[in-house]
Design a protein around this ligand. Structure first.
Ligand SMILES: N[C@@H](CCC(=O)N[C@@H](CS)C(=O)NCC(=O)O)C(=O)O
Length: 226
């Protein structure tokens, strides 16, 4: 299988299936398509166009099958590797895990807009300001933190639904965002963030992102240089 991804410092959607596959040791070759711009006719769109009509990363290529969208990829992998427990084994936990993943996948627009993923950056002054000026971002952050505390309280941890699952892979980019923007978290949420950052797939992605050193100005809402 090939997993087609974007820049590791910025591509939060690419991060999810890459982290999942790396964490569970699923075999894949990484194909990186550098963000050059998302204009029609850009090299990014030209390369993606051959693989997906949506023109976005991530894409999983398995033989003659192309799967785009992080959630569709995760579901495909869960079916292809049933022994790996990508979703929790317990049906009730699995249903809750699917609920929070769907919530992440389709929601938190304000947080995504104002707190773009930028793993190498440290922007706590931006975070503090945005929490005051953008109530919708504050509401998104509060919802994420409450969701983590509820899930961890129910499961007992160490990850949202016990063992590391698709749910943790989906919230891993949020963990990096809260760190980048210096967002205060409860002791429970902060400890969860540390566990996520220390988990093998996330740690490997963050290490690669820090080595990338590829400043893309159109991805930078708050910096003019590294
Ligand atoms: N819902 C999609 C979102 C994918 C997405 O928006 N990817 C971004 C990079 S993180 C992208 O390729 N953007 C290109 C564009 O907006 O044209 C998924 O879950 O995979």
């Amino acid at each position: 299988m090939q997993l087609v991804i974007g820049n590791k410092n910025y591509s939060s959607w690419s991060m999810r299936p890459w982290v999942l596959m790396t964490h569970f040791g699923l075999p894949f070759e990484e194909v990186k398509v550098r963000f050059d711009s998302f204009e029609a006719g850009s090299e990014f769109k030209r390369r993606l166009g051959a693989l997906t009509p949506a023109g976005r990363v991530p894409v999983l290529v398995d033989g003659d099958l192309s799967i785009w969208d992080s959630l569709a990829i995760s579901e495909y992998l869960a079916e292809k590797f049933p022994g790996a427990a990508l979703w929790p084994r317990d049906a009730r936990r699995r249903a809750r895990a699917r609920s929070v993943v769907a919530e992440m996948h389709s929601g938190f627009g304000a947080m995504r807009t104002h707190f773009g993923m930028n793993i190498e950056a440290r922007l706590p002054e931006v975070g503090a300001r945005v929490l005051v000026t953008e109530p919708a971002v504050r509401a998104d952050v509060e919802r994420v933190l409450a969701l983590w505390e509820d899930a961890l309280g129910d499961s007992g941890g160490p990850f949202l639904f016990g063992g590391f699952s698709i749910a943790d892979a989906f919230f891993a980019p949020v963990v990096t965002r809260l760190r980048t923007y210096g967002i205060p978290a409860s002791a429970t949420a902060a400890a969860y963030m540390e566990r996520v950052l220390a988990s093998p797939g996330v740690a490997a992605w963050v290490r690669d992102a820090l080595e990338e050193k590829d400043f893309r100005d159109f991805e930078e809402g708050y910096r003019t240089a590294r």
